[in-house]
Design a protein. Structure first.
Length: 188
């Protein structure tokens, strides 16, 4: 059986199953309740469609699973950029509010704060994956593909982090007996 990972498929299955059960339940309800329940059975799918299109219009990126992208790094980048932009909008409104209350903050200072926060957001997402890979390397050696699978990330993203770790002196590569490139902890 194929794994269902796409949110659109999950929404469709939920809507179909709930409509099937609602239609089945309609036959066993008393006549006076059936009149009200018919409206629910008709309005429920309409409500789902309206909500779906609202989500599609305002937050379309949430309807895609990482596996929907040819390069899963794009999924990570989109979600990271979305988070960063929402934090930046919130920060801008906060700065505007402080200025309107009479605080003396220069535009240059506000921009420095924004840049600092954007940098921290970027670092926090990388540190998490980097720490996952470090934790893996503490107990194991493995190819980039094995490490990526163990950490739940795309191999190209794992490769980029492994190269960073190698430059930092934390990881090293060697070739195993089959000639595959194996990553391990760089011990002093």
């Amino acid at each position: 059986m194929k794994k269902i990972s796409n949110p659109l498929t999950i929404i469709a299955i939920f809507a179909g199953v709930s409509e099937a059960f609602a239609t089945g339940a309609l036959a066993i309800l008393p006549v006076d309740v059936q009149k009200v329940f018919v409206y629910f059975v008709m309005l429920f799918p309409t409500m789902i469609v309206v909500l779906f299109f609202l989500v599609l219009y305002f937050k379309n990126w949430v309807l895609y699973a990482p596996s929907d992208y040819e390069n899963q790094d794009h999924y990570v980048n989109i979600n990271q950029e979305t988070m960063k932009s929402s934090v930046m909008l919130e920060l801008q409104s906060f700065v505007d509010k402080i200025k309107s209350e009479g605080a003396n903050i220069s535009n240059e200072t506000a921009e420095k704060v924004k840049e600092s926060i954007a940098k921290r957001i970027d670092e926090s997402s990388e540190k998490t994956r980097k720490n996952q890979i470090k934790d893996f390397l503490y107990g194991n050696d493995g190819t980039c593909k094995e490490i990526a699978h163990a950490c739940g990330i795309h191999p190209s993203y794992a490769q980029a982090i492994l190269k960073q770790l190698e430059q930092e002196g934390f990881a090293r590569t060697s070739n195993d007996h089959a000639g595959a490139k194996t990553w391990s902890l760089a011990l002093p």
